[in-house]
Design a protein around this ligand. Structure first.
Ligand code: NAP
Length: 463
């Protein structure tokens, strides 16, 4: 049986790797999800065969409770809430790893000399430290994204020093436990410090950075599972945990690069605290236009670049955008979509949204590629995007988003922006794009305004 289980584990690890590879492209992403699901089923079957299950009742009960909670969450939660849902999953996964580590630590006390030797204790300490801090950290991140907790960074004097000292104490306790595993009275303090550290790590980070933080916590949860694999001598957990840990890390690096921010700036920079002066902004005026006016501009354009952002996801306007795309293409207008790597609330958010409406994938053009096209484009139509189009990122050294690569929308001949108000985007700063002479603000909900626009377009065609 152990040999057979090893084969199952190899198949499962292979499926996890293929799953990650296939999820890299929209054409193969469904296959990727399916491969991951089958991989997990094979892994669970292998684990049941490998271990002596003492009590099936607990396992079956957990299966039904998990299914009863998981399925409704998948349907109820809107796609815009995926980051907080992901944070909740990490919290649960990390807590599971930490509790397994805790149970192993106490269970093996009877044979501590042989079963809690140095290597196992190092693995158990890493597992529990990362597991518990990821648990509270992920819950905090979820609270901030859901706006149950204040989004702004909470800072105080010597905050980093306090965090560092607490972390050093937790590490000191871990070292002591590795050397003397029978000092069980220290373990609850170690757990409490790990839980506290997770909270303290997140409070100085602003809500705008939570998606990146969630990717980092994803990485910690993976590393915790990887350490659990070493503690339980389970190779599949080592592989799956390492895949999870490294993919979370790569994702957070991609996000940091796309925002031109460093890891340390995200974790310790208290981004989102800086308030820009609004005195100057209040005197500036913007030009707005009606759906009729916007339709006539689109009608006379020969090239249009649509810039989707978070607001498009909120309004669920993707199907209306598809209709607009079809309408304009039929008129001979060349329509493309400009995709910023951090538009929306998670990487690939816009790709998924537009794919949902069957917008041809070859019409979606990445930022670096499309930026050169804006100066030759008649109309840039920004729909619910804000920060990713803000020229301040290029020009204003004092701006918190200075240096973030943006879509060069302001270089198009005419700019039209659909949004509901002059409210800022995720980073909480005013957008200079809206005050340009070439910019027309189309105030309204993305879906509602696009519907109005569509009503005008056929009417004009008939005329
Ligand atoms: P954004 O800057 O958050 O702006 C979204 C805009 O959509 C808002 O200004 C809002 O204005 C508008 N809006 C909201 N609901 C709307 C509706 N129903 N109809 C029309 N407009 C609506 O979005 P973004 O340009 O996509 O930028 C993403 C931000 O998230 C960036 O700051 C980025 O750094 C951050 N972020 C993203 C990721 C990621 O992985 N994607 C990760 C980390 C951080 P109104 O309220 O006036 O309508």
């Amino acid at each position: 049986m152990p040999g057979f289980v090893q084969y199952l584990y190899i198949i499962s690890a292979g499926l996890f790797i293929l799953s990650l590879k296939w999820m890299n492209h929209p054409d193969t992403s469904r296959r990727g999800v399916f491969a991951g699901e089958i991989g997990m089923l094979v892994a669970i079957t292998g684990a049941f065969l490998a271990f002596d299950v003492h009590n099936w009742v607990w396992i079956i009960a957990a299966f039904f409770i998990g299914t009863a909670v998981g399925i409704p969450i998948a349907y109820i939660m809107p796609m815009t809430a995926v980051p907080q849902r992901t944070a909740l999953s990490h919290a649960c996964g990390a807590l599971a790893a930490a509790l397994v580590g805790t149970a192993e630590f106490y269970q093996r006390q009877a044979n501590a000399a042989t079963e809690l030797h140095g290597f196992i204790m190092v693995a158990l300490m890493i597992e529990t430290l990362l597991g518990f801090l990821t648990f509270t950290g992920s819950l905090m991140a979820m609270g901030k994204l859901q706006e149950v907790l204040p989004q702004r960074p909470i800072t105080y004097r010597n905050q980093n020093a306090v965090n560092f000292i607490l972390f050093a104490i937790a590490l000191g306790l871990a070292v002591r436990l590795i050397l003397v595993p029978t000092d069980t009275f220290l373990f609850p303090f170690f757990v409490a410090l790990s839980l506290l550290f997770g909270v303290l790590l997140i409070i100085p980070i602003g809500g705008a950075d939570m998606p990146t933080v969630i990717a980092i916590l994803n990485s910690y949860a993976g590393l915790s599972a990887c350490a659990m694999g070493f503690a339980l001598n389970n190779q599949l957990l080592v592989v799956a945990g390492a895949l999870d840990g490294s993919s979370g890390l790569i994702l957070s690096i991609i996000m940091c690069k796309a925002m031109n921010r460093s890891f340390t700036n995200v974790l310790f920079g208290a981004f989102g605290q800086i308030q820009t002066s609004s005195a100057k902004q209040e005197q500036r005026t913007v030009r707005s236009a009606s759906p009729e006016e916007a339709a006539s501009i689109l009608e006379s354009a020969s090239s249009v670049i649509i810039v989707p952002g978070y607001g498009l996801a909120v309004a669920q306007a993707q199907h209306k955008i598809r209709e607009l795309y079809d309408n304009l293409m039929k008129r001979g207008v060349d329509v493309k979509f400009a995709i910023h790597p951090v538009a929306g609330r998670m990487p690939g958010h816009m790709n998924v949204l537009l794919a949902e409406a069957d917008i041809p994938y070859d019409r979606l053009v990445e930022m670096d590629e499309i930026n050169g096209e804006f100066p030759q484009t008649d109309v840039a139509l920004v729909i619910g995007a804000n920060d990713v189009t803000n020229p301040k990122a290029r020009t204003d050294k004092g701006s918190p988003i200075y240096g973030m690569p943006i879509l060069d929308v302001d270089k198009a001949r005419t700019v039209m922006v659909i949004k509901r108000s002059m409210n800022p985007g995720f980073a909480g700063i005013d957008n200079d794009l809206y005050y340009l002479d070439k910019t027309l603000m189309l105030f309204g909900d993305a879906k509602g305004f696009t519907s109005e626009l569509l009503k005008e377009l056929p009417a004009r065609a008939a005329a």
